[in-house]
Design a protein around this ligand. Structure first.
Ligand SMILES: [Zn+2]
Length: 162
């Protein structure tokens, strides 16, 4: 599903004036007369553009829409590739040996243990990262912040000497 932001080609945090500008631009592109009779894109849907603008230009509708978008992303677990997310090493997490859980206070909303990762979660969801390490994406339990958490597995292996 194409989001209203994608329709207008604006960012999630674009200002109202940027959205107005983008809307004007989109309308021009769909209007054949303005381009010497040449339609630039057949795929641009005027209704989608107007709908996107109607929602994004209204602060109330926009904040409601943002919540829905975030909810969809949460439930599908979709956060893209993690590019652009702040990166934290698992070394900066505290390890609870009884719960086998790593935790860290959220750097944005300061929630106590906003980020908590069980050892099993790490094993199941980790992807290969740089330098033989691993990376896992995690979201704060009380705000919408996502972080990229990097770590090395099997630390004991490194201690072996031949
Ligand atoms: Zn948070």
């Amino acid at each position: 599903m194409v989001s209203h932001y994608e329709v207008l080609g604006v960012k999630f945090d674009s200002s109202l004036s940027e959205i107005k500008e983008a809307y004007r631009h989109c309308l021009l592109r769909t209007h054949p007369d303005k381009l010497g009779g040449v339609k630039i894109s057949e795929s641009i849907d005027i209704n989608a553009i107007q709908d996107a603008y109607r929602v994004l230009s209204d602060p109330d509708l926009r904040s409601q829409y943002n919540k829905e978008v975030t909810q969809v992303q949460k439930s599908s677990g979709y956060v893209g590739t993690g590019d652009g997310l702040d990166e934290y090493s698992l070394d900066s997490f505290e390890f609870d040996a009884t719960k086998l859980e790593y935790s860290m206070d959220c750097p944005r909303c300061m929630a106590k243990n906003g980020f908590a990762l069980h050892e099993n979660t790490l094993e199941e969801h980790a992807d290969d990262g740089l330098n033989g390490g691993f990376v896992v994406l995690s979201q704060c339990c009380s705000c919408s912040l996502w972080l990229k958490i990097t770590f090395q597995l099997a630390v004991e292996e490194n201690w072996k000497t031949d």
